[in-house]
Design a protein around this ligand. Structure first.
Ligand SMILES: C[S@@+](CC[C@H](N)C(=O)[O-])C[C@H]1O[C@@H](n2cnc3c(N)ncnc32)[C@H](O)[C@@H]1O
Length: 258
């Protein structure tokens, strides 16, 4: 519990310092996944965006006419960033931990969480909270990074992610999320796996990774097992020396209902 509290404090601080990048970075501000999540929840009357970051999902809900939207995050700077960027009478902010949502049972008919669950120390506690705050017939829309089922490859990805961002807890396989969703009593209605291209330099810049850790990450990536290179579609540029410029990170989306 102490470890989790420390992790969450570190995460809130790290994201607070990086709020502008998460508001402005195209990788989060755009994307088919963002549109899909908003679409899945657009009929809601009360929608919650957990770990809202720059507020792109919550803002999408308001733009689609959802009458009451809550943009929730562990970091005060993120809540302020989201509510300023998407200022709207329908949208309010909430400073909260995803694993202890301060809302009554059945308070929402849609809950979304995008690219954040890999920061949660206890994903099953988070899903239990989602189930509790969702009214019968409600929808949960999840998008997150995922890893291949093969445990060695998954461990390599998580090691690299933790070096880039000490608040990274763990990225899980899509199959693990499906199992947890079902164990939580949610019914998976749709699910698909896709991938997103990551520009390596921009990805490191977004978290302001110091030079020594950048070197370590680049060296781990260049020594990565061949399977990982194939699965993540590494792309290089070469001006004398080969340099990894981008790779594709696997992503999972689920729509689940209760
Ligand atoms: C990558 S950003 C989220 C991106 C955002 N959902 C979007 O679609 O642009 C991750 C966010 O998760 C938040 N976060 C991490 N752990 C959290 C927790 N336990 N509870 C609530 N928010 C958390 C961070 O503060 C950060 O704002």
């Amino acid at each position: 519990m102490t470890d989790d509290a420390d992790t969450k404090r570190d995460v809130a601080r790290a994201f607070g310092d990086a709020a502008d990048g998460y508001r402005d970075g195209a990788v989060l501000k755009e994307g088919a996944g963002l549109e899909q999540l908003v679409d899945w929840c657009a009929d809601a009357t009360r929608a919650l965006d957990v770990a809202t970051g720059g507020g792109h999902v919550a803002g999408g809900f308001s733009a689609r006419g959802v009458p009451r939207v809550v943009a929730a995050d562990l970091s005060l700077e993120m809540v302020e960033t989201a509510t300023t960027e998407y200022a709207d009478a329908t949208l309010e902010g909430a400073l909260t931990d995803a694993e202890r949502l301060p809302f009554a049972a059945d308070a929402f008919d849609a809950v979304a969480c995008r690219f954040a669950a890999h920061h949660f120390p206890d994903p099953e506690a988070f899903l239990a909270e989602v189930k509790r705050v969702l009214a019968p017939g409600g929808v949960f829309a999840l998008e997150d990074l995922c890893v291949p089922d093969e445990s060695k490859l998954a461990a390599s990805v998580n090691r690299i992610e933790r070096l880039r961002d000490p608040g990274h807890v763990e990225t899980y396989a899509a199959s693990q999320w499906r199992e947890w969703l079902e164990d939580a009593g949610l019914t998976v209605e749709e699910g698909w796996e896709t991938s997103r291209k990551l520009d390596v330099s921009a990805w490191l810049d977004r978290m302001d990774v110091p030079a020594d850790r950048r070197r370590k990450i680049r060296s781990l990536l260049s020594d990565a097992p061949g399977d990982l290179e194939d699965v993540l579609e590494f792309r290089y540029e070469s001006d004398g020396e080969q340099r990894l410029t981008s790779y594709r990170t696997p992503v999972v989306l689920y729509r689940a209902t209760i």
